[in-house]
Write a protein that binds this ligand. Structure first.
Ligand code: FAD
Length: 310
């Protein structure tokens, strides 16, 4: 059995595995796809102390760093079920889709999240070429340009306010007849001179010139008319979905499906910790995921040294 079993191989999981292995305890990491969302990222300019890097390069460095330690890396392994220990200090069990089952004294869940996609033509083709999901990450790339934000919930309206300070013009597009964001955010948005809000609008296509985004088309749902907007960037803000469906019977999740953790990264189950985008910790970013992963590993170690000797 492992002392620490990390499930998920993104920045949070890699950091957790390194911090655990550095304590000289038996550490394993099972990941469906080592690297996680970072593999899908091109320019990264907010990984502090590294001015510029690219996702695949950062993933290769993460993997190399983990391999410097005695960590059992199980890549391309999807966890399907977590069975918490029956007694405190007992072994937790993680069942994999392959049929195998792993046992561990402590588990760190770091299965990340995925951005909900529009699912319209052009979105896949122009991802990272004008189609973006993270204003903190990619906002500065659109300085002085025209962008749209799709989604009028809190994250969409926050993104529009944030971007309005950087870009030339923001069009906020909402499917419903009104925005769903908090009133205070809506008031702030309405006060900005370079923002246009379009409601009852169904985005139908991302338009491009073969290399990058040049616009989008949407259907006015009241008049059933198609319109086009010329722009350089589209921020999709229709939800971030945590990869926690498999955990709903094992640990407490928030109503958004995020794993609830305390300030030490511990879940509702003793000896089971969680870190990164799959948790309730706000702001889904690489540096934050790494910090939280490190914290969860130190908490797991603290938990273990307090267990009675067998
Ligand atoms: P993830 O990176 O999502 O990793 C999750 C891991 O868990 C993966 O290995 C996955 O395969 C695995 N997994 C999932 N389910 C299971 C399962 N059931 N069993 C086993 N393994 C499983 N952040 C920045 O700071 N700067 C940026 O510039 C930036 N740009 C971004 C651009 C894009 C296009 C995207 C999508 C995100 C970007 N982010 C950026 C956000 C950043 O990538 C995430 O905050 C970060 O990767 C979260 O790390 P994580 O380890 O929590 O989760």
């Amino acid at each position: 059995a492992f002392d620490v079993l990390v499930v998920g191989g993104g920045p949070a999981g890699a950091a957790a595995a390194i911090y655990a292995a550095r304590k000289g305890i038996r550490t394993g990491i099972a990941a469906e796809r080592f690297g996680g969302q970072v593999l899908d990222t091109m320019a990264i300019e907010n990984f502090i102390s590294v001015q510029h890097t690219e996702g695949p390069k950062l993933v290769a460095q993460l993997e190399q760093h983990v391999k410097d330690y005695d960590v059992d890396i199980m890549n391309l392994q999807r966890a399907e079920k977590l069975i918490p220990a029956k007694t405190e200090g007992g072994l937790h069990e993680v069942k994999l889709a392959s049929g195998a089952s792993l046992k561990a004294r402590t588990v760190i869940l770091s299965t990340g999240a995925r951005w909900r996609q529009l699912g319209v033509p052009g979105e896949d083709a122009y991802r990272n070429k004008g189609v973006a999901y993270c204003p903190h990450c990619d906002g500065p790339l659109y300085k002085g340009k025209r962008v749209a934000v799709i989604g009028g919930g809190n994250s969409g309206v926050e993104a529009a306010i944030d971007l309005a300070g950087l870009v030339a013009h923001v069009t906020l597009i909402e499917y419903d007849s009104e925005l769903r964001a908090d009133a205070v955010l809506q008031r702030k948005l309405a006060s900005l001179p370079n923002v246009k809000i379009i409601t009852s609008a169904l985005t139908t296509e991302v338009l491009g010139d073969g290399e990058k985004v040049t616009g989008l088309s949407y259907k006015d749902r009241n008049k059933d008319e198609l319109h086009q907007i010329e722009l350089e960037g589209i921020f999709v803000q229709i939800g971030l979905v945590p990869n926690t469906e498999w955990l709903k019977d094992s640990v407490t999740l928030s109503r958004h499906g995020e794993i609830e953790v305390d300030h030490r990264g511990e879940t509702s189950q003793k000896g089971i910790f969680a870190a990164g985008d799959c948790t309730t910790v706000p702001y889904k970013q690489i540096v934050i995921a790494m910090g939280e992963g490190s914290k969860a590993a130190l908490s797991a170690f603290d938990y273990m040294i307090r267990l009675p000797a067998e």
